[in-house]
Design a protein around this ligand. Structure first.
Ligand code: PEP
Ligand code: MN
Length: 353
């Protein structure tokens, strides 16, 4: 990490970046109001820091050991960009500063009619962003894999519906990219790329998705520690894309008996991650609970824990849903959930600092 002098010129910053590149590394330039800090991307062990310290415009050089330095509060504090809250803008929606943002929609896009009906209803009750899976991660090859699995034409059709539903009802849209090969196509249609829990460790997918320059909704793997989750987020940041929304969605339950939830929602992760990074943290209570009767309470708890956004699966007739019907709530239930969450947020926001 190279801290530039307050009076360092643009040319001096460029000179340092050039020196870093000459040594075979990439550089992340973080420009604060008064100071510029340059992060080195790669295995820094072979770098002679004393040499860099002597370059014109350099104030000091620090070795930061954390594996997620580019997204760390520490790095941003050094460049003083940490002074203002960081938020991610998607159209006129902002995640990370104001009121909670609600992402809602079906687990999976099933038909034009299903998607448009759900989109209209979630918008009506206060959702900001529309979700809908087209390439579904499934445990069994014999289950419905999402409309995208049928072929490129079918994927394009479903992506077009998603884009159009978002346009019609005034919501940005998000869908999952399950593999590198889907990234180019999906990025043409959606506003946010989702990387699912199962793919948190796929660094090639992370790099490819990040390179599109669109916000990434990044889910924690159900077996990953917070440190691993943040370390893999760094692969996205290393591409120069810091529009990363970190999503807690539950980790594997412990013990042998019944857990009564699909996964264990780790709500401590929300404030803990917020201490480490400036990135917004959101919660998906649907995949954590795996049952609709818990969504209201878990959503309220997530907002109380400080989540900036929630993602909730919704269907007008959950028993009809091809995937995850047991955890989908109705638009009416979403309305109550949003109303309660907004009240909790209003109550707690002024008390937080
Ligand atoms: C999803 O959001 O559609 C999904 C499959 O979630 P996860 O990756 O958390 O299981
Ligand atoms: Mn689902």
């Amino acid at each position: 990490m190279i801290i530039m002098k307050t009076e360092a010129t643009t040319d001096q910053v460029a000179g340092v970046v050039k020196e870093i590149k000459k040594r075979g590394f990439r550089a992340d330039v973080s420009k604060g109001a008064f100071k510029t800090v340059i992060g080195i991307i790669g295995d820094e062990r072979g770098i002679d820091f004393a040499q860099l310290e002597n370059l014109p415009g350099v104030k000091e050089v620090l070795r930061i050991e954390t594996p997620y330095k580019l997204i760390s509060r520490e790095y941003n504090r050094l460049s003083e960009t940490d002074q203002k809250p960081f938020s991610i803008k998607i159209g006129n929606i902002e995640i990370g500063v104001k009121e909670p943002i609600y992402i809602a929609g079906p687990c999976s896009v099933e038909s034009h009619e299903q998607l448009f009906r759900i989109a209209e209803s979630v918008k009506q009750v206060g959702a900001h962003i529309l979700r809908g899976g087209i390439f579904k991660p499934r445990s069994s090859v014999h289950s419905f894999q999402g409309l995208g699995a049928a072929g490129r034409e079918e994927a394009v059709e479903a992506l077009t519906w998603l884009r159009d539903a978002g346009k019609k009802f005034g919501m940005p849209v998000v869908t999952e990219v399950r593999g590198e090969a889907q990234v180019d196509l999906v990025a043409e249609y959606v506003d946010i790329l989702q990387i699912g829990a199962r793919n948190m460790y796929d660094q090639d997918l992370l790099t490819k998705a990040a390179s599109k320059g669109k916000p990434i909704l990044f889910k924690r793997h159900f077996g990953a520690s917070i440190e691993e989750f943040l370390s893999f987020s760094e692969y996205i940041a290393a591409e120069g894309n810091k529009d990363i929304i970190l999503c807690e969605r539950g980790i594997v339950p412990v013990g042998k008996g019944k857990s009564f939830t699909r996964y264990t929602l780790d709500l401590g992760a929300v404030p803990a991650i917020q201490k480490e990074t400036f990135l917004p943290v959101m919660v998906d209570p649907s995949h954590a609970a795996g049952r609709r009767d818990l969504i209201f309470n878990m959503s309220c708890a997530a907002i109380a824990a400080g989540a900036s956004a929630l993602m909730i699966e919704v269907h007008y007739n959950p028993s009809e849903a091809l995937v995850d019907g047991q955890q989908a709530i109705t638009p009416e239930e979403l309305k109550n959930t949003i109303s309660a969450c907004n009240q909790i947020s209003k109550l707690l926001t002024p008390l937080r600092k």
